[in-house]
Every structure is written in C-alpha cells, then in structure tokens.
Design a protein around this ligand. Structure first.
Ligand SMILES: CCCCCCCCCCCCCCC/C=C/C(=O)SCCNC(=O)CCNC(=O)[C@H](O)C(C)(C)COP(=O)(O)OP(=O)(O)OC[C@H]1O[C@@H](n2cnc3c(N)ncnc32)[C@H](O)[C@@H]1OP(=O)(O)O
Ligand SMILES: Cc1cc2nc3c(=O)[nH]c(=O)nc-3n(C[C@H](O)[C@H](O)[C@H](O)COP(=O)(O)OP(=O)(O)OC[C@H]3O[C@@H](n4cnc5c(N)ncnc54)[C@H](O)[C@@H]3O)c2cc1C
Length: 710
C-alpha cells in the first residue's frame, strides 16, 4: 500500500509519522541532517573549508574590499543592506526557479512592497534604498520605475512637469515604465510608428497605434504593474511629422488597476530560463485614439504651443536619448557585479573541487591548480576588477557631462554617447559569455539551478540586447571613430578617450620595444601596443571605406561593418586597459592591495593581447616573438594570482544570500549543501512520482506480462 497507493503523500509527512520506515527509504545523509537539526547545520557552517586558501593571501582583504567598493563608507553601507536583506525571510530566493510564472510574479510584487515598507520604516537614504533593492536581486517593475521612468521625467520634463509628476512617483502613488520599443522596431528609434497627433480644438494629444507593428512591445513593468508610462511616439502637429518625442500617459485606473478606455495591454509571455527574467512583466500596449492633455508631452527639449506650433529649444536633438545614456552607464556598473558573482562562485568551487592526482593515496588535485582552469578563470577575475574601475570612471564621466549640459555646454555629448554605448556593448557581451564559462568551469554541478549560474546567465544575457543591441551600439562607436579619423587630416585634435588618435604620426609607425617577458609588465609598453592597434584598425577601416571610391560613404561603411565592429571593440578595450592602469597608478592603501591590482591589470591587458593576437600582428604593432613573450608573462602572472584567488573574490564581500549558490558558499562546504538542496525539488516531494500509475506501472506490468508468456 505504501509503495503502490500513496504517491501524493509527502516525504515530510511520512518522515514524522513513520520515522523508521522513512529513514530506511531516505538517503542516509538527509536523515542525519534532519535528526540533528539546525544545531548540526550550525556546527557544519562553522567549518571553513577554504581557510587554507584564505591563509595564503598576500594582501589585506579588508582594504581590498574598500578598493572594490570605492570607499570605507561604501563597504559599510553595502554590508549593512546585504545583511538586512539576507536575514529577512520575505527576501528568500532559493525556491525561485521552482515557482510557476504566476507565483514568481506575485512573489516579486510581495518583495517589492516589502522592500518599500522597510525603506520607509528604516528611513533609508537613496543610496541605502538602491542597495537594498539590488540585494533583493529579483528583476521587477521597480527597476524600470526608478531606473527609467523617473530619469526620463527628470531629463526631459520641464521644471513644472517634474514638480507635478516626480513627487507622485517618489511616493509610489503612480508606477511608471519606459515604453519605447515596438513590435516592429527597437534598434531603429526613428522608425517607431506610434503617433501623438495634436488636436488644437481640445488642447490634447491623441495617442494612437496605427498598425500591429506599432504595438509597444517589451517595456518592463508594463504588462501588469504600471499605472503610467513615458511613451515615445511621432509628434504630429499642423499636419507635419516632427519625429519621436516622449509623452506621459496614464494606462490604468488608480482605483482598480483596470486599463483606461482605448488602452489594450498585457504581458508578452514567458522568457528564456526558469525563474530569471520571468519575474518581470514585459508588456504589450496598444492605443486606440487615447487623449492626453498637451502638458503631458515632455517639453524640456521641444514644445507645442496652445495653437499647435512646434518649437524646438536650441539644444541637440539627441538629448531625447538621454535616459538611454543614463541606463547604459548603470549597465556598465552592473556588469562588474554580475561578472564578479559568477567568478566568485567558480573560484571558490574550483578551490574545493578535487579531481585526479592521487595514485599514491595522497590528496587529489584541487581543480584550481590546473593551469587550464587558471587560464580560463583568472582573466575573468581580472575582467571583473577591470569593469568595476571603468564603471566608476564612466559614472564620473556621465556626471561631468550632465553638469556641462546643464550649463548648455554640449561639447562632450558625443564622448558620452561613444563611451556609454561602447562600454555597455563590450562589458555585457564579455560578462554574458563569462557567466557561461564559469558554469563550465564548475563542471556538471554548474548546470544545476542550485549553483546559481543558470539563473544568473538567464537574467543577465538580455543585457546584450536591451538598452541597445550590442552590435548596433558598437557601430555607433565605429561611426564616431571614422568621423574622428577623417578630421585628423584637417589638424583637428581629438579629445577625451579619442585623444590618443592625435598621436597618429607616431602610432602608425611605432614598433614595440619589448624584448623579454618582464618587459610586458611595463604599463607604457601595454598602453602603446593597445593604442597603436586601435588606431591602425580604425585608420585601415577608414582607408578601405574611402578606397571604395565608386561607392557612397554610407555604402562603404555598410560593406566594411564587420571590420568596423572589431575596430570599435579595440578602441573600447583600450579605454578599459587605460582606466585600469590609471587606477593602479593612484594611491591605494592596504598591505599588498596595489600589488594585487597591478597583477590583475597586467592579466587583463595581456589576456586581451593574447586573445586578439591576430589584430596586434596584422597591424604590425608587435612581432610574433613579442606575442609569445606576452603569453609567457601571462603564465607567470597566473601563478602569482593563484594563492590570492579566493581572497580576491572574498573582497567582493557578497553574502551567501546574494550569491545564491551552493557552489559559491563562503565556507566552501559544498557537498552537504548540494545534497540537501536536491531534496527540496518538488519531484522529491513524493517517493513514487505522479504519473507512475498512469504511465510507468502499466508499462512495466505489460513488459512483465510479455516476459511471463515467453
Ligand atoms: C535594482 C535597483 C534599480 C535602480 C536602478 C538601477 C539602474 C537601472 C538598471 C535598469 C535595468 C535594465 C532593465 C532593462 C531595461 C531596458 C530598457 C530598454 O531596452 S529601453 C529601449 C532601448 N532602446 C535602444 O537602446 C534603442 C537603440 N537605438 C538607438 O539608440 C538609436 O536608434 C541609434 C543610436 C542606434 C540611432 O539613432 P538615430 O537617431 O537613428 O541616428 P544616427 O545613428 O544617424 O545618429 C544621429 C546622431 O546622433 C548621435 N547619437 C545617437 N545616439 C546618441 C545618444 N544617445 N547621445 C548622443 N548622441 C547620440 C550619433 O552619434 C549621430 O551623431 P552625428 O554627429 O550626427 O554623426
Ligand atoms: C529583457 C528585455 C527588456 C527590455 N525592456 C525594455 C523596456 O523596458 N522598454 C523598451 O522600450 N524596450 C525594452 N526592451 C527592448 C530592447 O530595447 C530592444 O529589444 C533592443 O533595443 C533591440 O532592438 P530589437 O529588438 O529591435 O532588435 P533588432 O534591431 O531587430 O535586432 C535583430 C538583429 O539585427 C541586428 N541589427 C539591427 N540593426 C542593425 C544594423 N543597423 N546593422 C547591423 N545589424 C543590425 C542586431 O544586431 C540583431 O542581431 C527590452 C528587451 C529585452 C530583451
């Protein structure tokens, strides 16, 4: 009866009602855990399986935490917020991949509401609140509300509009999203089809979706949560189309959340991966001649008068794209977070995991000691630090440009666009690939949801697409590079991150002086090689485009776009290397911290050089022998990083809750955790699976019957 007829009863129930029998049927380790209860688990947690690794570190980890976080204050606040989230049962996330879409969405609403309650109760500052939301670690409508809706109103709304709308948004009296992309167009913003036609009779805009492809499609938070949206639509007044502009549109009733008349909206459906980005209600939205007051057009950059006259302020039109520039810079900062999480998991697990090497009965080899593991993992560790520092710099640049724009100085707009677009593209592509590489570095166990890596990958990978497809963004960088090269002949000196191009005479013919592996530790040698490679690739592209004399320039650009993409990547990698070198040149307190960062900086640069050796050789920046020396030095650097690897990921200061990985646990006690986690799967709720009576038993019985007839 027990075996045959009770497949809906849970293990838990049986365990308590019939312990002897349960113990018999349960895996022995689980019984031991349960019988000893939490005391046993606590005792286990006190064992630090990575203590020996931590003891070999040659630097002050606490000071490295400061270097990573940016300041002692930042470490302190992050620590407090991370612990606040980790200790609150509402923010539990270990069961996330097992929830249905509806459950997951409700769980997201619950977490967002609870986070807001805590923020208000504890009177958290903006900095603390942002961190708290980050550690909750579940994509949801609040990301778009704070991350795009509010910034769009701040950036494109007049003082009056900000005064009216921002207090409502700040207190969550309205919830907003950013509705730009449509079914038919995302990358090509100028191709959007939604219309906003001014009606002077009523002093209103009529928002309309004229075609199926004009349906808004993808905006996060739109599907189920938002009451309002900043909608991007073609402004039509006095019969003329003035192109894309932003409008604040109410979508749902503030009483019962039902869609307002003329508004059709919903969720666009399940997305890649279990859990992951499915907590977000990406939505579809159609308008059927929906009327909004004229003053709900965001009028900071251009206005429509009461009479319907279009007036454009004396500012560049591209300021309309300001919200995207803002989010792109925050995506760069987020890249180092996602990458460092994956790397932290892979480094800790690689130090715990042992395979082979015990023929004489001695201990097996930690997989972290394999040179191949190091050569795959340490460049990713170095990249996490590189992205962190370039992200800090980009944040500085963004703030600087914003201040200049306030003073009507638009000279650095192009630099901000090129850097945010290019760095967003390179850091997200590398990070997405790196998370997948970390999964492979963790072998079979990396493929389990409980490793945290599949979900991290699934959540992260759309960053290569949203806020601008990475290829489209790199082509923007390439266009600016080509413009800069073409201006060199006229003697115009490039500025900012393009300034190196001003050394064109030298960089086009210089030869690297490197003659030993150690010479590659000289930052000037690295800088010169990267500058020469980036410039020569850009100049080659420019020459190839202009040599196609029979073609229009645009056609030449189109023809050469695969090469242009590579030139843009080379330019962005130069920026990352340069900012890392600049960081290491600064005063960095703490025993051994500067030395470690120096080593990581060299790993990052020489790894890129090794990986893109073809570029460096083809452009004649270095010789094959110098390439080989760089690789030789890289091997030596890996050996230098090895004893510090675990401490270098400890410096990220992530709680086990935030990491969300049994493989990346701080204490390294991986195997009991893996074992225990398996039993939480819903399939293990019953010993005999659902479906046994319908499908397995008849099959087995049928075969038995056949056999008995033989
Ligand atoms: C947990 C806590 C939460 C707190 C918040 C935390 C942060 C938030 C994180 C948020 C999480 C992320 C969630 C995901 C949300 C996703 C949202 C979206 O995806 S929104 C939609 C994004 N869409 C895009 O990115 C579209 C990409 N396309 C474009 O940007 C443009 O179409 C284009 C740049 C590709 C082309 O523009 P276009 O005008 O058609 O023309 P040109 O190429 O000819 O360019 C003309 C001219 O303009 C210059 N330019 C272009 N863009 C910019 C810019 N942004 N700034 C300045 N200048 C720009 C370009 O260089 C040309 O210059 P010129 O001198 O004339 O050559
Ligand atoms: C998870 C997620 C969340 C999102 N959230 C929002 C949101 O909140 N609000 C919002 O408005 N939008 C949102 N989006 C939409 C997002 O911004 C767009 O998907 C993105 O800008 C890419 O545009 P697309 O889908 O039109 O891609 P496409 O442009 O159709 O890309 C398809 C392919 O064409 C290539 N391609 C396109 N143009 C060119 C070109 N000129 N040269 C060479 N190759 C080209 C691309 O590289 C790509 O390989 C979200 C998307 C995702 C996936």
């Amino acid at each position: 009866m027990w075996r045959g007829g009770s497949n809906t009863r849970t293990c838990k129930r049986r365990f308590f009602s019939s312990p002897t029998r349960s113990r018999h049927h349960r895996p022995p380790y689980i019984c031991r855990l349960h019988s000893r209860g939490s005391q046993h688990l606590k005792a286990m947690a006190e064992v630090d399986h990575l203590a020996a690794e931590r003891a070999t570190a040659r630097f002050d980890v606490e000071e490295m935490k400061v270097a990573w976080a940016g300041s002692r204050h930042a470490v302190h606040v992050a620590d407090r917020m991370a612990r606040l989230v980790a200790s609150d049962p509402v923010f539990r996330k270990d069961n996330r991949t097992m929830l249905s879409r509806k459950e997951l969405f409700k769980d997201t609403l619950r977490k967002a509401a609870h986070a807001w309650k805590r923020i208000v109760e504890l009177r958290l500052t903006e900095e603390e609140a942002d961190l708290l939301r980050q550690y909750v670690d579940q994509p949801g409508y609040v990301d778009l509300h704070w991350g795009m809706f509010v910034p769009a109103i701040k950036g494109q709304g007049t003082e009056e509009q900000q005064h009216k709308w921002l207090p409502l948004a700040y207190k969550f009296q309205i919830i907003g999203c950013y509705a730009q992309t449509e079914l038919g167009h995302g990358s090509n913003v100028q191709g959007l089809e939604t219309t906003a036609t001014f009606d002077p009779k009523t002093d209103e805009f009529v928002i309309h979706s004229p075609t199926l492809t004009s349906s808004k499609w993808w905006p996060g938070g739109l599907g189920k949560a938002s009451t309002h949206a900043v909608v991007y639509a073609r402004l039509i007044t006095e019969g003329k189309d003035y192109g894309i502009h932003g409008f604040i549109v109410q979508l749902r009733s503030l009483e019962d959340h039902s869609p307002l008349p003329g508004v059709t909206l919903g969720d666009i459906g399940g997305k890649f991966g279990s859990g992951a980005y499915n907590s977000m209600d990406n939505g579809v939205l159609r308008f059927d001649h929906v009327r909004i007051p004229r003053d709900q057009m965001l009028m900071r950059l251009s206005q429509v008068t009461r009479e319907g006259k279009y007036v454009h302020s004396n500012v560049p039109k591209q300021l309309l794209y300001g919200t995207m520039v803002y989010v792109r810079q925050s995506i760069v900062a987020d890249a180092s977070k996602a990458l460092s999480r994956a790397v932290c998991i892979a480094v800790r697990y690689s130090a715990v995991r042992k395979q082979f090497g015990s023929q004489d009965g001695g201990p097996e080899t930690q997989v972290l000691n394999y040179k191949t593991q190091q050569s795959r993992l340490f460049p990713l560790l170095a990249s996490a630090y590189a992205f962190r520092f370039v992200g800090d710099w980009l944040n500085w640049l963004y703030t600087d440009v914003t201040q200049k724009l306030e003073a009507k100085d638009f000279s650095t707009l192009q630099e901000a666009h090129a850097c945010t677009a290019g760095l967003k593209a390179v850091t997200t592509s590398v990070t997405a690939d790196a998370i997948e590489e970390c999964r492979k570095l963790c072998g079979g166990h990396g493929y389990l949801n409980s490793s945290g890596l599949p979900e991290l990958f699934a959540v992260y990978v759309p960053a290569c697409t949203y806020e601008g497809d990475n290829v489209v963004l790199l082509l923007q960088v390439a266009r600016i590079l080509m413009k800069t090269v073409s201006q060199l002949a006229s003697g115009k000196q490039p500025v900012g991150t393009m300034a190196y191009m001003g050394k064109v005479q030298y960089l086009m013919q210089c030869k690297s002086a490197v003659s030993s592996a150690e010479d590659w530790l000289n930052p000037d040698a690295i800088q010169e090689a990267f500058e020469a490679r980036a410039l020569r690739m850009a100049v080659n592209c420019a020459q190839n485009i202009s040599q196609a004399a029979s073609q229009e320039e645009a056609a030449g650009f189109y023809e050469r776009s695969p090469d242009l993409l590579e030139a843009a990547v080379a330019h962005i990698q130069l920026i990352i290397v340069t900012k890392f070198i600049e960081k290491v040149h600064q005063e960095i307190p703490g025993h051994g911290v500067k030395e470690q960062l120096q080593a990581l900086c060299n790993v990052y640069a020489l790894y890129i050089l090794h990986k893109h050796l073809g570029d460096f050789l083809a452009t004649g920046c270095i010789t094959p022998r110098q390439g080989a020396l760089a690789n030789e030095q890289l091997g030596k650097l890996y050996a230098q990083v090895r004893p510090n690897a675990v401490a270098l990921v400890d410096a990220f200061n992530y709680t086990d809750h935030y990491l969300g990985s049994v493989l990346g646990r701080y204490d390294g006690d991986v195997y009991p955790a893996l074992y225990e986690e398996a039993w939480k799967d819903p399939l293990n709720e019953t010993v005999v699976p659902e479906g046994y009576h319908e499908y397995l038993r008849p099959l087995i019985k049928q075969q038995q019957l056949k056999l008995s007839r033989l």
